[in-house]
Design a protein around this ligand. Structure first.
Ligand SMILES: [Zn+2]
Length: 206
């Protein structure tokens, strides 16, 4: 069996699947195409420790970060096509209903006529402000049809957009220095009861 290297390296659907990543927002506008209003809710903790410095999925029951008094932030994750990189990325949208929030500014563009022909410029000029404006899509612009179709098939089959964020176990989170310090101040972390299936056959020293 042979493989044509020219085709292999020019066909973005070949080779290892692209890992899902977040569409990062900053002062320079990201260029996105909106193709679905279907988002997935996710609960994340921002771990402000140099060992992590980013969002981590809240593991839910028994989460040591929640136990130490930090509530997770709730977001809706919306897949969008990132024109510059040519891949579908995940837009993290706070689920609050602030009029100045990203959701409030994005929804008119999701509903708008001819959304498929609009380039959406999303920027975050300050920590709390968002700007969302649309421009007509250039005739030669990358519309990402193949990428969007390939993504949509996976999305319809249950792809979890939370994969774009780091996942840590309860034990790993409890060992992050800043989390460990908060837990220590509370007299330690009461770990959740071990999962009987996962620990079957293991004697747990008490
Ligand atoms: Zn949590």
């Amino acid at each position: 069996m042979t493989k044509n290297l020219i085709n292999y390296y020019s066909d973005s659907s070949a080779g290892a699947p692209e890992p899902l990543t977040e569409l990062r927002l900053g002062a320079q506008a990201a260029m996105a195409l909106l193709f679905t209003p279907e988002a997935q809710p996710v609960s994340l903790h921002y771990i402000d420790d140099e060992a992590v410095n980013g969002y981590v999925k809240c593991p839910g029951d028994g989460c040591p970060v929640c136990y130490a008094g930090a509530k997770p932030s709730h977001f809706d994750l919306l897949p969008v096509f990132d024109v510059e990189s040519g891949v579908v990325k995940v837009l993290r949208i706070s689920d609050n209903r602030r009029p100045a929030g990203l959701a409030a500014k994005l929804i008119p563009h999701l509903k708008g006529e001819g959304a498929a022909d609009k380039l959406i410029l999303i920027s975050k000029p300050t920590r709390t402000d968002y700007s969302v404006i649309s421009r007509p899509l250039g005739t030669d612009a990358n519309r990402g049809e193949a990428e969007i179709q390939a993504f949509s098939e996976k999305f319809d089959n249950g792809l979890q957009l939370g994969l774009a964020f780091r996942a840590m176990t309860c034990n790993e989170l409890a060992e992050v220095p800043k989390v460990a310090a908060r837990l220590g101040a509370m007299g330690g972390w009461i770990q959740p009861a071990p999962n009987p299936e996962a620990s079957a056959g293991e004697a747990e020293p008490s």
